[in-house]
Ligand binder design. Sequence first.
Ligand code: C5P
Length: 407
Amino acid sequence: MRLNGKRILLIIGGGIAAYKCLELIRRLQDEGAGVRCILTRAGAEFVTPLSVAALSGDKVYQDLFSLTDEAEMGHIRLSREADLLVVAPATADLMAKMAAGLAGNLATTALLATDKPVLIAPAMNVEMWSHPATQRSVQTLEADGVARVGPAAGDLACGETGPGRMVEASEIVDAVADKLGGAGLLAGRKVLITSGPTREAIDPVRYLSNHSSGKQGHAIARAVANLGAETVLVTGPTAETVPAGVQAVHVESARDMLAACEAALPADVAICAAAVSDWRIADEAGQKMKKSAGAAPPALSLVENPDILATLSKPGPNRPALVVGFAAETENVIDNAMDKRKRKLCDWIVANDVSAGTGTFGGDNNTVHLVGADGVVDWPTMSKAAVAERLAETIAGHLNGKRDAAE
Ligand code: C5P
């Protein structure tokens, strides 16, 4: 049983393929999963709530505004208590709503509120599937890290032929097992991550810092924790919340960040995603610096901060088996990243272009290149969450002995 103890939230969309969901519920249960269902209004035109309830052995959730449902099980809890959300059939309408982030009903609200992976099994007419609008949704959902199985090609219920059939229940179960199978890939490993900016005090009320949001570093912490790693996140001040299952150490200055990282060793992996201030104030004032009439503004002199990535990468008994750095560059992205990898002695560099107009700094998307000893792998533009998941999976593959193109 590949899905022992796993909880699946199955969202049944409105398409003729909805009937296959009844078999899907059974097959997921046969693999040991618990299945809870949301039936959309359109879905209920194709399968009855009674048959879904009877098969799932649970109440069927249908209405966002039902007071009883909200009292018993709010839509947030519904989406969070699952290990995976499966949308089957994923109709063109449902996919467009997901891509746009709409939340006008229980299904779309749960999909927007979830912090768990999502798998879709599209089903629609072939022209609807090939329509540029649907393909835009497909691309957006891919970039958001949504996994997809199908559609398969063949005779469609509408009488036309081509891609648009929902894949069979057994294939959806295989895709679910693949998606959840990674859950323990980093079990027994300890991963240290730095995230966010640092703040270098000028005096007790002023500081030197940068615009790092911590989104990428925190997303990596979430992704490695989801793969079962013991995860320590050493973070500068950010607006991001600490992901579930992650141990956070909050720091301000680069020196504090280095001390916290060293205290967290030994670790199997270190990922330095923080934007550490290169310099700090040479002589931090003990009292607030005062402006006095006629006096020249104070001159700030700077000294170099320790390089945390380079320090963690130094050969020695405490060096993590894999040290990964980030390189935010505005020009010659790859060449600079290759140089940086050699200079800092880290194993991999995740290089990204942060030049004006890319929207990477503070934004939700990232286009990165993974630079290793053997070369460079270009990743497509993805959400920071998807970059984090792919990085976590690549690290797990590396530690577990699978070779990958970054090495
Ligand atoms: O040299 P640069 O700042 O571009 O290098 C970026 C990489 O080095 C990032 O991984 C960043 O977290 C790390 N770094 C560090 N400590 C510093 C400066 C950068 O860990 N003082």
